[in-house]
Design a protein around this ligand. Structure first.
Ligand code: SF4
Ligand code: SF4
Length: 326
């Protein structure tokens, strides 16, 4: 049973540029402009009309966009819940300007060991994450640590939790790795790793969408019985001001927005692509968290019930549940 028929999330790519070169990501290789404030203003108004509640200003590295605070302010004024994930390289410099504008601020971390994290990111940034935590706390912000879990770092969850998150009162978000396109991330997580992840997800102060575990055990999305609702839950806007369908990672087709996102999204051509969400050949086995998360929130199925307790737990920890019902 479908509970929500309108899109709920926008992944707004403010630029594809990045100041890191992570091995498990290829976005930094793409040439890219930055979104303009004028385009964003018009799009945000249309996103509101379409029913979107959450805007994730993403990238690339979103803090490379000099007008990120202005973009966030526009979104907040229109009543959106805002989210930003950063590698933290630029956060200490920009923290003051971002203060109070990001409802869900995530600092990415792949290892509690500085050298390992820096190697994974292709740039020295572990110390910046640590500095950013202190800066954010001093400003009264409540960032989360976003820990991408690979087979090789499952054992390090304990150190991230007890040495970094707990002493600083931060929520630990566990983000199981996923493959996409030609980007290989070291294979799928073993059953042992999934079990350990699920156990960690039950700890206080830890958020793991339990449905991600179930999806991996089920072999990901299946095109003959798709659970992906990427196109109908999530709008993807590119730095070139194009609507990307059915998801960023597949990026089958891009439509220039031309100042009328509302009409474009509802057009037959776009809706035809939306209806193919999760059913294209490349969708077989897909477990891309950023699209599965909203997919599991809008339709009652086994993943919905697996996701619900963890979603409620996160919103309780962060206090964002009130905003969701506004
Ligand atoms: S910091 Fe993020 S966007 Fe940049 S290369 Fe790493 S994963 Fe990709
Ligand atoms: S199944 Fe994966 S690749 Fe296919 S539309 Fe959904 S998120 Fe994109």
């Amino acid at each position: 049973m479908r509970l929500v028929r309108h899109p709920v999330l926008c992944n707004y790519y403010v630029t594809y540029r990045c100041n890191a070169t992570c091995g498990f990501c290829d976005i930094w290789e793409r040439p890219s402009p930055y979104v303009t404030l004028d385009n964003a203003r018009a799009n945000l108004r249309d996103l509101r009309r379409l029913g979107v509640r959450v805007v994730d200003f993403t990238g690339g590295e979103p803090l490379l966009h000099r007008q990120l605070p202005e973009l966030l302010r526009e979104a907040k004024q229109l009543g959106f819940i805002t989210t930003v994930t950063t590698n933290a390289l630029l956060y200490p410099k920009q923290a003051e300007r971002l203060r109070g504008l990001v409802d869900m601020l995530h600092f990415s971390l792949d290892s509690p060991v500085a050298d390992e994290h820096d190697r994974s990111r292709g740039v020295k940034c572990f110390d910046k994450v640590m500095e950013s935590i202190q800066v954010a706390r001093q400003l009264g912000e409540r960032p989360d640590i976003l820990f991408t879990v690979f087979e090789h770092n499952v054992q390090q969850i304990r150190a991230v939790y007890s040495d970094i998150c707990q002493p600083n009162g931060l929520v630990l978000i566990l983000n199981p790795v996923f493959d996409y396109n030609d980007v290989k991330t070291g294979g799928t997580l073993s059953e042992t790793a999934l079990r350990q992840l699920a156990e960690w997800g039950r700890r206080p102060g830890v958020y793991l969408n339990d449905a991600f575990i179930q999806l991996r055990r089920d072999g990901g999305n299946h095109i003959n019985k798709s659970v992906c609702r990427a196109g109908s839950t999530t709008l993807v806007i590119s730095p070139e001001n194009k609507l990307v369908l059915p998801c960023y990672h597949l990026g089958l087709k891009e439509f220039p927005v031309d100042d009328d996102l509302y009409t474009l999204y509802r057009s037959d051509e776009v809706q035809k692509l939306v209806s193919l969400e999760g059913r294209l050949p490349a969708c077989e086995g897909c477990a891309i968290n950023c699209y599965m998360q909203p997919s599991f929130a809008v339709e009652v199925n086994r993943y919905f019930w697996r996701a619900l307790p963890s979603t409620l737990k996160y919103n309780r920890m962060k206090g964002t549940w009130k905003q969701l019902f506004r």
